[in-house]
Design a protein around this ligand. Structure first.
Ligand SMILES: NC(=O)c1ccc[n+]([C@@H]2O[C@H](COP(=O)([O-])OP(=O)(O)OC[C@H]3O[C@@H](n4cnc5c(N)ncnc54)[C@H](O)[C@@H]3O)[C@@H](O)[C@H]2O)c1
Length: 337
């Protein structure tokens, strides 16, 4: 039984605790903490876990085999570095850290440790539809990939959502997904700004990203965060002799009164619910079997940060922005997940 300590018992922390205590096998949550001591106490009491005053105390707890970091982004670096220093596997929700420099410090610490301990929460790699799409691509069914068209549409975003989050919080999921899908890095980004939606308030919404992959595949990503009708994630790969796209996800299609209707998920929780379960079960199984994670690595967290920085630069300048990565440590050879 893998014993987990959770740092940050907010929205997604509580959701991951629910899946680890009620849905998944081979795992138990033994310790929690949160800067909001009241929330931590409540969550800890509900599952019989020890409540610690700090994240460092969770990591040091002898009853904690592995750590889950679900606190706010700016605090991730310190807990991931402390977990590496303690030699404990750590699952960190995205972002790995909020700057490329901080991600690189984590990459350096893990490379110095000499084996993988860090996994980053990019859950699209665990979604059935994306996995099936990658299988079709890897089997050569549509020939060599040439382009991918993506759309990331949110019905709405919370009031604390700021302009740059369209790239750093939203498009970053596509940024990670295409690196994994095509097994290659992004070499440059451009951002075009279409006519502004009147639903978007002060935001520049929608945005249109163009990502150039190292293998010359071109990816376009529509980011619309006030689309109103629901949460809609699309992806279509155009190959040399065919196309493959994410299917509609509903098991039932209704036709009535001269109309055909497919349900649309309300938000990302509904759309990716099963992917989070698979993500955590595979993480737990890998740690239990081998002591090391096999999913998105610290390098993936770093590459996503540098790529989204380039997209931000492109948004501000209106120009093509190159993605420049440092040399990849040997530890990260091969494509995970
Ligand atoms: N993979 C995904 O799709 C996905 C989805 C949602 C959130 N996230 C990520 O998960 C993280 C948390 O997001 P959330 O929506 O749960 O936020 P939230 O605000 O609901 O919860 C964060 C919690 O962390 C606590 N916290 C902050 N600093 C802390 C510290 N130093 N030590 C201990 N606790 C601390 C806060 O008090 C809060 O309870 C963010 O990095 C976010 O980007 C990822």
């Amino acid at each position: 039984m893998l014993r987990i300590g959770v740092i940050g018992t907010g929205m997604i922390g509580q959701d991951h605790i629910r899946r680890m205590t009620q849905v998944l096998a081979g795992v138990t949550v033994t310790a929690v903490t949160d800067v909001n001591a009241g929330v931590a106490a409540q969550v800890g009491a509900s599952i019989g876990a020890t409540v610690h005053p700090t994240g460092e105390a969770v990591i040091a707890d002898p009853d904690v085999d592995a750590v889950v970091v679900t606190s706010w982004g700016p605090t991730h670096e310190q807990y991931v570095l402390a977990s590496i220093a303690a030699g404990k596997p750590v699952f960190c929700e995205k972002p790995l850290a909020t700057t490329a420099e901080a991600c690189l410090r984590i990459v350096g610490a893990e490379a110095a440790h000499g084996s993988r301990l860090v996994q980053v929460g990019y859950m699209r790699r665990y979604d059935t539809a994306y996995r099936e799409l990658k299988k079709v691509l890897d089997a050569g069914e549509i020939g060599a990939p040439l382009m991918m068209h993506c759309a990331h549409r949110n019905a709405s975003v919370p009031s604390h959502y700021e302009k740059e989050m369209a790239i750093t919080d939203t498009a970053v999921h596509e940024i990670d997904m295409v690196r994994w899908m095509f097994g290659t890095e992004i070499k440059a980004a451009r951002v075009l700004v279409p006519r502004k939606s009147r639903n978007g308030g002060d935001l520049r919404d929608p945005l249109f990203l163009i990502l150039e992959m190292d293998n010359e595949v071109l990816v376009d990503v529509e980011i619309s965060v006030n689309i109103r009708y629901g949460y809609d994630i699309r992806g279509e790969i155009v190959g040399e002799h065919g196309t493959a796209s994410l299917g509609t996800l509903s098991p039932v299609h209704v036709k009535t009164s001269l109309r055909a209707a497919d349900p649309v998920p309300a938000d990302w929780r509904e759309r990716f619910l099963a992917a989070y379960d698979v993500e955590f079960q595979e993480w737990i199984d890998a740690i239990t079997r081998t002591g090391a994670p096999a999913g998105p690595s610290a390098w993936d967290g770093y590459a996503a940060a540098v790529s989204s920085d380039a997209a931000l630069a492109a948004l501000h300048s209106g120009e093509r922005a190159p993605v420049t990565l440092t040399e990849k440590p040997k530890l990260y050879d091969g494509v995970p997940a």
